[in-house]
Design a protein around this ligand. Structure first.
Ligand code: IPD
Ligand code: CA
Ligand code: CA
Length: 278
């Protein structure tokens, strides 16, 4: 089969974008692995949200590479002001799991997504402490270290292992967040809180978890890993069953089969913190 010039240009462009994405994950992965022993907190963004020197160094590696390879693309990265207006946009979390990282608790990752015209096309999440690279391409499925992954096939909420996280404003409204945890605790087999939303979502994608919810995540927490869930056959929504979007204040992710049960549990809390800024 011969490709048209337009098709072959498209494949070459996508191949370059993917290879730069992998290079950025690999280089920053080495940095995170080599810096885990240092407690290098440099700033506090809020009462509970910290930044380490490694967040900044990892972000610099990624931004320098992207600016060199794709000077026209726009970038949304957690520790920097948004750059550019082009519809080709990179969405980056240089360390997802910073609080873990700052305590040398080895659950953290780098998350990089590539979006075109508001739709995430590629997502890569690398956990250097387990050497696990999760990757998804829209329409092409999701993989872990190159092998295809699928969500779990579990159908009974009583057997489910689910996860959540607590937003940085948790001291403002602890009872609402805890009420949701309580509601799930009464229905599922177990609840985990890893401290990295991207890893939690990737674990839903590969079937280690059956579901996940969190309030007030940011686009960089979810961009790459939400594509992973979708491409692995999972389902995403807000707490009312409405469509998922990167600007959503709520995310409910599941293996799809448990989505209705999870919605029934969380629906009474659908209005929590909706008007509160973080
Ligand atoms: C945080 C982690 C955590 C989640 C927080 C996020 P950060 O991201 O994903 O699991 O509970 O809501 O902000 O600050 O480590 O990049
Ligand atoms: Ca994050
Ligand atoms: Ca981060």
């Amino acid at each position: 089969m011969f490709l048209t010039l337009k098709e072959s240009t498209f494949y070459m462009k996508t191949a370059k974008i993917k290879s730069v994405l992998f290079q950025a994950l690999e280089e920053t992965g080495k940095l995170l692995k080599n810096s885990l022993h240092e407690r290098n907190v440099t700033a506090k963004k809020s009462e509970l949200s910290i930044v380490t020197a490694t967040d900044m160094a990892a972000e610099k590696i990624i931004l320098d590479l992207l600016k060199k390879e794709f000077p026209d693309h726009s970038i949304l990265s957690e520790e920097s002001p948004a750059m550019g207006t082009a519809p080709q946009r990179w969405i980056i979390d240089p360390i997802d799991g910073t609080t873990n990282f700052a305590h040398t608790y080895p659950i953290a990752c780098i998350s990089i997504a590539y979006e075109e015209y508001g739709v995430v096309q590629l997502g890569g999440v690398y956990d250097p402490f387990r050497d696990e690279l999760f990757f998804a391409e829209r329409g092409q499925g999701a993989s872990l270290n190159g092998s295809p992954i699928r969500v779990s096939g579990l159908e009974s909420i009583g057997d489910a292992l689910v996860a959540t996280g607590f937003p940085y404003d948790r001291r403002k409204d602890p009872d609402s967040y805890l009420a949701i945890v309580r509601a799930f605790m009464m229905k599922v087999q177990g609840i985990r809180r890893s401290g990295s939303a991207a890893i939690d979502l990737c674990y839903v994608a590969c079937g280690r978890l059956d579901g996940y919810w969190e309030t007030k995540l940011k686009p960089w927490d979810m961009a790459a890993a939400s594509l992973m869930v979708e491409e692995a056959g999972g389902k995403l929504s807000d707490y009312s069953g409405g469509p998922f979007g990167l600007e959503n204040i709520q995310i409910l992710a599941s293996n799809s089969k448990l989505h209705a049960d999870m919605l029934e549990i969380i629906e009474p809390y659908k209005n929590i913190a909706l008007n509160q800024s973080i």
